[in-house]
Every structure is written in C-alpha cells, then in structure tokens.
Design a protein around this ligand. Structure first.
Ligand SMILES: [Zn+2]
Length: 315
C-alpha cells in the first residue's frame, strides 16, 4: 500500500493506522468524477440545443445587411417610379395637349420592347423576390425609353408647326405706307384691258414703280421670269399646299430655286404684262386652287411689327 491514513486515538493519546479511510476516499473521488461528467454532459446538451452554430451566426448577420440593402433599393425604385410618373403626366397633360397629340396609353409606356431581353433580366437570380425586383426595373426602363421617344415626337411636331407657321403666307407684300390704292376685289369683274367679265384671281395693290415687293412667307422660288399676261412674275412655293404669285414687276430680285424668308425682297413694283398702270397683282393658291389673298395679309399687323419682319428677313 502506497498511502496509509492515520487517525488520532484519544484513548491511547497517539495516531493509529485508519483502515477504513482509503475506501471512503476512493468512493468520494468516484462520486466527484461521476458528478462532474454528468454536469459536463448536461451543459453540452444545453449548448448544443440552444446556442447557434458559427456559420448560422454569420448567415444571420449577412441576412440582416441584405434585407436593409434590399429595402433601400426598393425605396430608390419607388422614388424613381414617382419621378417618371411626374414626367409622364407633364408629357401627356401638358405638351401633348398643347400640340394636339394623343396621350400615350399606360400599356404602351410600361410595355415597350427593345433594350435588354427578358432572359437578360430573369437569369440574374432564381429568387422570386430578386426576379420581381428586376421586373420592376425593366418596367422603369421601358417607361424611360417611351418617354424619350415621346420627346422626339414632340420635338418633330414643334419643328413641323414652326415650319408651317413660318411658311404660311401671312403678310402684306407691300409696305402699307407705300400703297396708294388697295383694290380689294377678288372674283368676277370687268377686265380693264380686255373689257370682258373675267374672274380676278388676286388683289391689286397700286404703288409707285420701284416699290419693294416682299415674300409673304418662307418658301422656294419656283418661277422668276417674264410670263405672258403676268409680265415679270415670281412664284413662291411655301409647302403645306401654299403658293403665292407676284406679278407685273419692273424688276425681279430673286432667282428660280432660291429659298426666301418671310419679308425678303422679291422684286420691284412695275407695269409689265397685261397691266394698265404700276401695281402689284398678288395671288395666293392653296392646293392649286386660287383663294382670296385678303385672308392671308394680316392687315391689322402694326407698322413696327411689319418693319421688324422686313428687318429680320434681311439678316
Ligand atoms: Zn390683278
């Protein structure tokens, strides 16, 4: 025996060998060990049951960050959506109304084609929520693209209107101060030279020879020559179905094929062709039919506005 246990014997007043002690010690040691192992197992069980794995903790954190980013992205998409809606309303309710154009239906704005294909978007992820996100962005893309197309359409329409307004005959071909007599007769009349009843297709503005004759709208000079009864004459094709003719000129100041602006000098008043005195014979045609030029003269235009148009045309 390696270890011996002693106890105090009060009867003999000394230490004697205790034979029961080793057994008692072994028993208590074993009890302690069993209890410790048992406690350890219980604690491990609790840990395994209630505490998450390391990977799980990382994933949870990642998930929280991803959720926050997704929410932020969704808010951005919503804000973009609001702004595009605002632009669409302005386009439909303001510009398209002003230019007398049809509104663009929402189905066309949202469902335009082109750009990235369906598979480009949907292959990005298998997650339904991500797919929905891409779908939302795709619709926004279509709306932006349709908005751009609409603006191009508006721009073309404005240019067309501007061109039409600039081209339409809308001026008196002579300065009011230089007209000595305004013959407002358009229609049947006794011809001053032939002495028979004929239709007078224009208006006659009497002025001194050499008075400037101006183009009444933007256009192209198609005729600039001596032509029978018209004498020296200029024809201007304004497009949009309009043509004007300026007859009996003493001098022509433009050439055939030349582009002219409203208020640009075409020639000078004269007495050439079938004419009984210096005057300008002015005609307006719409789709090859004569119309009364009085409706295209804007006679209520102020002198200063008239002067401004002539000044602008010289630039
Ligand atoms: Zn005439």
């Amino acid at each position: 025996m390696l270890f011996r246990y002693f106890r105090y014997d009060p009867i003999h007043c000394g230490f004697i060998v205790d034979r029961k002690a080793p057994k008692e010690a072994r028993r208590s040691t074993l009890r302690f060990l069993a209890l410790s192992i048992g406690m350890g197992l219980v604690l491990f069980g609790i840990y395994a049951l209630f505490l998450p794995e390391y990977d799980e903790v990382v994933l949870q954190e990642y998930n929280t960050v991803a959720k926050a980013s997704w929410t932020e992205l969704k808010n951005e998409i919503r804000e973009l959506d609001d702004r595009i809606t605002m632009l669409e309303r302005e386009d439909d309710d303001h510009y398209r109304v002003l230019l007398n154009m049809e509104k663009l239906p929402a189905s066309i704005r949202r469902g335009g084609s082109g750009g990235r294909t369906e598979s480009d978007w949907t292959n990005q992820s298998d997650l339904p929520i991500i797919k929905r996100g891409y779908q939302d962005v795709k619709v926004l893309w279509n709306r932006v693209r349709m908005g751009n197309q609409s603006y191009v359409e508006l721009k073309d329409k404005i240019e067309e209107k501007e061109g039409m307004l600039a081209s339409r005959p809308a001026l008196q071909p002579l300065d009011n101060r230089q007209i000595t007599r305004f013959h407002g007769l358009y229609g049947m009349r006794m011809h001053p030279v032939y002495r028979d009843w004929r239709f007078h297709h224009g208006l006659d503005l009497t002025a001194r020879p050499g008075t400037p004759v101006y183009a009444t709208g933007e256009g192209l000079v198609t005729v600039a020559k001596y032509s029978g009864g018209y004498g020296q004459v200029v024809f201007v094709n304004h497009g949009y179905g309009f043509e004007t003719r300026y007859a009996h000129l003493s001098k022509i100041k433009v050439a055939e094929g030349q582009k002219v602006k409203r208020g640009e000098l075409l020639g000078l008043v004269g007495n050439t062709g079938t004419s009984t005195g210096p005057h300008l014979h002015y005609e307006v045609l719409f789709k090859d039919e004569w119309v009364n030029p009085i409706h295209f003269m804007y006679r209520d235009l102020s002198q200063s506005d008239f002067n401004e148009i002539i000044r602008e045309a010289k630039k």
